[in-house]
Design a protein around this ligand. Structure first.
Ligand code: UT7
Length: 330
């Protein structure tokens, strides 16, 4: 009989060595360490240097995840790269496949902003549950510092760069216990990294729209309200699907956007503070990387142990949001 269950068997993460403390941001914009810390919980963030790429961060995280899972790169069937900031708009997953020597793997990018890791997890699960693939490498990686307006204090203090990865394997015992995904394009204007074209006439009557992407634009208050309301709801939904109650959760691993959002969601769900994984003080909001980065740190610190039940939720541009409940390990 085929193994159609899913187990998450290894994790890894990588961040740039260069960090920028809140205090240094006061040299760029009118802000203060106190404002950033009290409003967000962020103290510093890592910034990818020009010599670093999404490929290099994602490959490092992947190598660790593959080693932790005990498989070889050649055994990977599928690589999913959740990112909004590829090195190449055609996709960066294939470059990572080549870098890792994952010669058998199909590789492609998936874009769902800060929900990318959760959307990727569920996508990977479908391939495993249908028996198509056995070993999937899922990466969440972003270099948002490329697209931040460093003169805009409303956004530049929030984001950082990083990558996290997990290996999902087909298993007799299904460790993905429940999930739920949502999108609402009517609120798309709340958070964008929009393309802006400058029309150019190629030939009489034939125009093209060449341009570039504009920096991140966010209505922070709206996104905050959305997250505080929708994240507890969707975790509840995923828990219902998993047939679990809130007190059975060992760890809450949320997208690391704002400590106040983490606290509010935990309060609304009645999850005690000691079960909430938080590392945004060190990394800021790393978009698709934030969940696997927090997960990997907690695993390596020995907090998350085999069989622990984890509730995780991502939310962000789209707008998109989703939750997954899974048990760690084989
Ligand atoms: O990953 C994608 C998901 N994104 C999120 O989850 C972000 C969700 N939103 C948030 O986390 C919060 O809304 C922010 C951290 C972005 C902003 O916090 P806030 O408590 O909602 O502040 P605010 O936007 O209401 O701004 C309050 C004041 C304003 O001044 P006035 O109008 O009251 O005079 C801002 O101009 O703070 C000012 N302000 C700042 N002051 C110092 C905004 N940014 C800064 C800053 N330093 N960096």
């Amino acid at each position: 009989m085929q193994n159609l269950g899913i187990a998450i068997t290894g994790s890894g993460s990588a961040t740039p060595a260069t960090s920028l403390h809140n205090q240094r941001l006061t040299e760029l914009v009118e802000t203060s360490d106190e404002w950033i810390t009290t409003r967000t919980g962020i103290r510093q963030r890592r910034l990818a240097q020009p010599t670093e790429s999404l490929k290099s961060l994602a490959s490092e995280a992947s190598r660790q995840a593959i080693a932790a899972s005990g498989i070889k790169a050649e055994e990977i069937d599928l690589i999913l790269l959740a990112t909004s900031t590829p090195d190449d708009l055609f996709g960066s997953a294939c470059q990572i496949q080549a870098e890792l020597g994952a010669i058998r793997a199909v590789a492609f990018d998936l874009t769902a902003a800060c929900s990318g890791f959760i959307f990727g997890l569920v996508t990977a699960a479908q391939y495993i549950r249908t028996g198509v693939y056995q070993n999937v490498l899922l990466i969440g990686a972003d270099i948002l510092s490329r697209w931040v307006d460093w003169q805009d204090r409303r956004t530049c203090v929030l984001f950082g760069d990083g990558a996290g990865a997990v290996v999902l394997q087909a298993s007799k015992c299904d460790r993905l216990l429940g999930f739920a995904l949502k999108s609402d394009g009517t609120q798309n204007g709340c958070l964008n990294l929009p393309y802006q074209a400058t029309p150019r006439e190629l030939l009489p009557g034939v125009k093209v729209a060449q341009g570039t992407y504009q920096p991140i634009d966010m209505n922070g208050k709206e996104v905050y309200r959305f997250a505080a309301q929708k994240v507890p709801e969707i975790i509840d939904k995923a828990l219902f699907q998993a047939n679990l109650s809130v007190d059975q959760i060992d760890w809450l691993v949320l997208h690391q956007a704002n400590q106040r959002i983490l606290d509010t969601v935990a309060q609304r769900l009645n999850i005690p503070e000691h079960k909430v994984i938080s590392n945004l003080a060190h990394y800021g909001n790393t978009s698709a990387a934030s969940i696997p980065l927090a997960l990997d740190e907690a695993v390596r610190q020995g907090k998350i142990k085999p069989n622990d039940i984890i509730a995780t939720s991502g939310f962000g541009a789209g707008l998109t949001w989703g939750a997954a409940i899974f048990q760690w390990g084989r």
